[in-house]
Design a protein around this ligand. Sequence first.
Ligand code: NAD
Ligand code: 89Y
Length: 341
Amino acid sequence: MKKGALIGCGFFAQNHMHAWADVDGAAIIALCDRDDKRLKETAERFGVERTYSDAGELMKSEELDFVDIATTVQTHRPLVELAAWSKVHIICQKPFADTLADATAMVDATAAAGVTLMVHENFRWQSAIRAAKAEIEKGSIGTPFWGRVSFRSAYDVYASQPYLATDDRFIIQDLGIHILDIARFLFGDARTISASTKRVNPAIKAEDVATMMLVHESGVTSVVDCSYASRLSRESFPESLLEVDGSEGTLRLMPDYRLVLHNASGTRELDVSPPLLSWAERPWHNIQESVYNIQRHFIDCLNTASTPETSGTDNLKTLELVEAAYLSAAGNSRTIILGSA
Ligand code: NAD
Ligand code: 89Y
């Protein structure tokens, strides 16, 4: 049994706790939050007796295999470094870092300590996204040459996550990061990116719309578009939709988890809806299922001493896309060559 502690008992961490209860071979034995109310409520809800308001005290007092860091980005670096010094494995929420320098420092600190570092980059773990990838890999549409990964909504995310309305950066750093990671997952690493952004909602500080174009090393050109300002007749939050054109056919992941594959043999429509886990609540259930899937993957990696798909090192490439997208948008949508941003 791998013994873990959760640091940060806020809005999204409640999903982590539910998922940990379902993951075989892992148990959360201690909680930490500097907000006493959130700490107590989470401890009571999940029956965890050992609680700490200070992460340093937690590390000194508990014998842990891993920590699950579910705080917002500003505290990731000190907490990851603390865990690395304490020689415990780490799963850390996205966005992993505010800057590539911080991200690289965390990757280096964990490598030097010999501990596993995985970024909780969960969208690629949604079952609909995995089903689409499996169809591409088995050749259902031939060789992909064009793709679109799209997330458009007007869902009120600010109610549960008020910092999204006041942070200096919004949709690319918060949500686009997942959508860019899905593009990497499906089409491989990118060579170039260009982006344009817009703030539509006057009540928030940063951009709520972003449109990005990537040219991947594989030869695929993709469009990654995100919006929290799109009032659609049917709200599909929080579904990521896909369009992929290949040499032999096309793939579409449509609202309501309908995966449509078309090639010379005809058209197939698959229902790739995520399972509704016992604790999950619509419409969040696809994200909640992906939290369970990624946390299970983390424990599998610890048990088999293998590298997580979204290791810290891997996540540097997603973060590089985020940085480059902001750079491009600030520079009249100029094309940024990755590795030179
Ligand atoms: P939140 O503000 O609700 O919760 C964060 C908690 O961390 C707070 O209770 C705060 O007191 C605590 N905290 C901060 N610094 C601490 C420290 N040094 N020691 C102990 N406790 C500390 O935030 P949230 O909305 O739950 O978001 C947390 C992270 O999860 C964010 O990075 C967000 O982007 C991410 N998130 C991810 C997904 C996803 O699908 N992967 C979805 C939503 C949010
Ligand atoms: O914080 C974001 C995330 O990671 O997934 C959706 C979200 O909660 C709001 O954009």
